[in-house]
Design a protein around this ligand. Structure first.
Ligand SMILES: Nc1ncnc2c1ncn2[C@@H]1O[C@H](COP(=O)(O)OP(=O)(O)O)[C@@H](O)[C@H]1O
Ligand SMILES: [Mg+2]
Length: 259
């Protein structure tokens, strides 16, 4: 751990350039010093790891984004639970966390990975556990929850001290039971990132003031229709795109598309 902390101060912090442009879009990463690798970004922070310390991640808050002390407090209250990470060290504006090896549900939709119901149930149980520890699950959405070997994990707990009700998780569950299980999963549909971003943005704009929840449903159906149309068109022209976990994509032709 000491070597990691040293490397954070000597290599990572002096060389890293991240910027949060708006509070409702992921931070932008301009530069990461080698050999550090980016694992993900949220609206407040970037999460990176060092290849010599693959079991830990460093979550660095962008300048001017709050929440760092609160997240630390949440981890103290959570203690140890299989569905959550743990805070191993806290520095100035950064936290060293236990690495969770899963794929976010957002990326699962993009990659076309099947999300079993157990994932949803595990996350529900984990959120109940958090409530039992005096916390208020908040901001639980597709980029903040993960799937690992068919089990559910909660990767971002930074807003769990906020007492206001937050319906994101309940809405995500609705979308899972109404749209994902009957349509996306059996048709093995992959949603391109631009489709996911349309859902994300329309959710924020339309759902915020409790206005027209149905519009969100309609947007999701439009994205669904577009995804089906693209998939069909690709199948007709006997070509398909396969996404790989590292985010890259490959175009396959003819028979290869069946596998
Ligand atoms: N402990 C972790 N292990 C592995 N990946 C993580 C971990 N924490 C965060 N990530 C990745 O980084 C992304 C951003 O982290 P997050 O905590 O959601 O930041 P923010 O608080 O800015 O929303 C997540 O969506 C996830 O992909
Ligand atoms: Mg997040």
């Amino acid at each position: 751990m000491n070597r990691l902390i040293e490397s954070i101060h000597q290599e990572l912090l002096p060389g890293l350039r991240i910027e949060s442009i708006t509070a409702h879009n992921p931070v932008e990463v301009h530069k990461i010093p080698s050999p550090w690798q980016l694992l993900g970004t949220g609206n407040y922070a970037a999460v990176v790891y060092h290849p010599d310390h693959p079991l830990q991640v460093v979550k660095i808050y962008a300048l001017g984004r709050p929440g760092f002390e609160e997240e630390l407090e949440v981890y103290l209250r959570l203690g140890s639970h299989p569905a959550f990470s743990e805070c191993l060290y806290a520095g100035e504006n950064f936290l060293v966390l236990k690495r969770l090896e899963g794929v976010t549900l957002y990326d699962c939709l993009h990659l076309g990975l099947r999300i079993p119901e157990r994932v949803i149930q595990d996350i529900d149980q984990a959120l109940d556990y958090a409530r039992g520890r005096g916390l208020y699950p908040h901001d639980v959405h597709g980029r903040n929850v993960m799937m690992l070997e068919g089990k559910g994990l909660v990767v971002d707990v930074s807003d769990f001290l906020h007492k206001e009700t937050c319906s994101k998780w309940n809405n995500l569950k609705r979308a899972y039971y109404w749209l994902y299980r009957p349509l996306f999963s059996p048709l093995r549909l992959r949603v391109p990132y631009f489709g996911l971003d349309i859902v994300r943005t329309s959710y924020r704009l339309l759902f915020k003031g409790k206005r027209m929840a149905n519009t969100v449903g309609v947007t999701m159906l439009l994205v669904l229709a577009a995804t089906i149309a693209i998939t069909q068109w690709q199948a007709q022209s006997s070509r398909c795109v396969r996404y790989v976990l590292d985010g890259s994509q490959k175009t396959l032709y003819g028979e290869d598309c069946k596998y």
